[in-house]
Design a binder for this molecule. Structure first.
Ligand SMILES: C[S@@+](CC[C@H](N)C(=O)[O-])C[C@H]1O[C@@H](n2cnc3c(N)ncnc32)[C@H](O)[C@@H]1O
Length: 200
C-alpha cells in the first residue's frame, strides 16, 4: 500500500489499540476465537511468526515459549498492549513488507490472524511462503470478499483496501482456502482438518 495509506492504517490501529481488547472481549468474539483456535492451535508449533500480531491474541490462546515467538506489527499502540501482557516476548515494529527484506530466519508456523494479511501488498504473498521451514504451516486470515471492518474505517479507506486484496492470487497461490465467519482463510493445514464443506 502507499506510504500515506500505511500511515493512516497505523494511526487507526494506534487509536483502536486503546479499546481493542475490551471490544473483542464480548461473548460473540470469544466464541469466534474458540472456534478459530479449535482449527488452528493443533498446528501452532515450533518457531512461530505472528504477522500483524496486534495485542497478542495468539499468545492468549496458545502456549508458545518466548524463545519461539516473534510478532511483527507496525502499530506502536497495538504492540504496547501486547508488551503489557507478554513482556518477555519479542516483537518488531514494522510492516511485514519492511521486515521481510532484512529477515533470514525460517519459521515452523506463520500466522496472520483476523484480517492482518489484508494489509499486505499482494506482491508480498509469495514471501510468506518463502519464510516456511520444511513441514511448516501457515494460517492467514484475509477479510473475505465484500467485508471490511467498517467500524474503524471511512468508505474511502475501505475502497482502497478492497482494491489491494488480490483474491484470485490468494486462491491460486495458497493450498487451501475457506470462509471462516468474516474471513477468507488461506492455509496448508490438510483439508480433512478444515471446515471446508463436502467435497465431490
Ligand atoms: C485486525 S488487527 C489483527 C490483530 C491480531 N492479529 C488479532 O488477531 O487480534 C490487524 C493488525 O494488522 C496490523 N497491520 C497493518 N498493516 C500491516 C502490515 N503492512 N504488516 C503487518 N501488520 C500490519 C495492524 O497494525 C493490526 O495490528
Amino acid at each position: 500500500m502507499s506510504g500515506s495509506e500505511q500511515e493512516r492504517v497505523e494511526a487507526i490501529y494506534d487509536e483502536f489499540a486503546k479499546t481493542y481488547d475490551e471490544h473483542y472481549s464480548a461473548k460473540e468474539f470469544q466464541e469466534e476465537d474458540q472456534e478459530l483456535f479449535k482449527i488452528a492451535s493443533p498446528w501452532i508449533r515450533g518457531k512461530v511468526l505472528d504477522l500483524g500480531c496486534g495485542t497478542g491474541l495468539s499468545l492468549h490462546y496458545n502456549e508458545i515459549a518466548k524463545e519461539d515467538y516473534l510478532g511483527i506489527d507496525p502499530s506502536a499502540g497495538m504492540l504496547e498492549k501486547l508488551k503489557a501482557k507478554f513482556p518477555d516476548y519479542n516483537t518488531v515494529q514494522a510492516t511485514f513488507e519492511q521486515w521481510v527484506k532484512t529477515n533470514d530466519q525460517k519459521f515452523d508456523t506463520v500466522l496472520g490472524l483476523y484480517g492482518a494479511p489484508s494489509y499486505f501488498e499482494s506482491t508480498s504473498y509469495q514471501q510468506i511462503l518463502d519464510l516456511l521451514a520444511p513441514k511448516g504451516h501457515y494460517f492467514l486470515m484475509f477479510y473475505k470478499p465484500g467485508y471490511f471492518p467498517a467500524h474503524i474505517y471511512t468508505p474511502e479507506d475501505i475502497a482502497a483496501a478492497k482494491a489491494r486484496i488480490d483474491y484470485d492470487k490468494i486462491n491460486q497461490l495458497f493450498e487451501n482456502t475457506f470462509i471462516f465467519t468474516s474471513y477468507l482463510v488461506a492455509t496448508n493445514i490438510p483439508s480433512q482438518y478444515l471446515p471446508i464443506g463436502n467435497r465431490a
